[in-house]
Write a protein that binds this ligand. Structure first.
Ligand code: SAM
Length: 273
């Protein structure tokens, strides 16, 4: 997969040299190029912004460097190939795991990191004449620039590219993959600060472990994200699923304080670190 990022802060993308993505780049699974928008300016001060037409606070990114930068990115395409351009913006379509999965199947993505009050609107309109363009929001809040949003998106997308994660099985039951959150996970030691782990996980009984995990996924999702439960297809729920959801609903109806997290631990003794 090829990824191009255009930004006025190329160093902001340096975390993409690390961890899984860094390794995937070194192994040639991900070909990532970061372009400095200022390289496409022609004045002494390498200006990328100007005052907004109509007045008001803040500055707007000028269209000319963006036009040149995107033409440069597209110029790398062979046989007429163009990237899918993703423009981070708080007004865009919400980035989700499903979108990450779709984008992970595409051969070439480009990202345009806005700053200030954003990019002159004509840049997106013009880009749409040359390539698919999606304005994408990573959440209902305002960041200072698109770079952090691109880090989020690239990390979520790249880990779904075949070969990037060694054991692809670890992606299957993850949160948001099938409409539920993940079950709680534990490792050694078996006792920590007076807290044990659920007996069933030590049982070696695969069927019971799978059932327990499914119960926990339903419980967690119902507690933290009832909106996700509401979107489940009832036909996908078995009798035990319905029982678990009914239990959670009953606890909540009685004003119970069941929280996300496991409920089977003894009170922890006060232990200093
Ligand atoms: N004035 C813009 C508005 O109110 O919609 C916000 C501009 S913001 C300060 C600057 C840049 O940060 C945006 O152009 C975009 O690249 C990025 N950005 C901010 N919030 C974002 C979000 N929730 N999702 C994705 N990108 C975001």
């Amino acid at each position: 997969m090829r990824l191009d990022v255009v930004t006025i802060f190329p160093e902001y993308l340096s975390p993409l040299d690390l961890s899984l993505i860094g390794k995937a780049r070194r192994e040639g699974l991900i070909d990532l190029a970061v372009h400095d928008l200022r390289y496409f300016t022609h004045d002494r001060h390498r200006t990328v912004d100007d005052n907004p037409y109509g007045g008001g606070a803040g500055m707007v990114m000028r269209p000319e460097p963006w036009g040149e930068a995107l033409a440069h990115v597209m110029g790398a395409g062979e046989h007429g190939a163009v990237p899918h351009l993703l423009v981070p913006g708080p007004g865009g379509v919400r980035f989700t795991q499903a979108m990450a999965r779709e984008l992970a199947a595409e051969p070439w993505l480009a990202f345009a990191c806005g700053r200030y009050e954003g990019i002159d609107e004509r840049v997106v309109d013009e880009a749409r004449c040359h390539m698919p363009v999606t304005v994408v929001s990573v959440g209902d809040y305002v960041l200072g620039g698109g770079e952090v949003a691109v880090l989020v998106m690239v990390e979520a997308i790249a880990r779904l590219v075949p070969g990037v994660i060694g054991n692809a099985d670890s992606l299957v039951e993850e949160s948001h993959e099938d409409g539920l959150l993940e079950y709680p996970v534990f490792t050694k030691p078996p006792q920590w600060r007076g807290r044990g782990i659920p007996e069933v996980l030590l049982s070696g009984h695969h069927g019971q472990i799978a059932r327990w995990r499914r119960d926990e996924r339903l419980r967690r999702t119902a507690l933290s994200r009832p909106d996700m439960i509401a979107r489940l297809d009832p036909a996908d729920l078995d009798a035990r699923d319905r029982e678990v959801l009914a239990e959670v609903a009953e606890v909540q109806a009685c004003g119970g304080s069941q929280t996300q997290g496991t409920q089977f631990q003894a009170d922890p003794p006060a232990v200093a670190d």
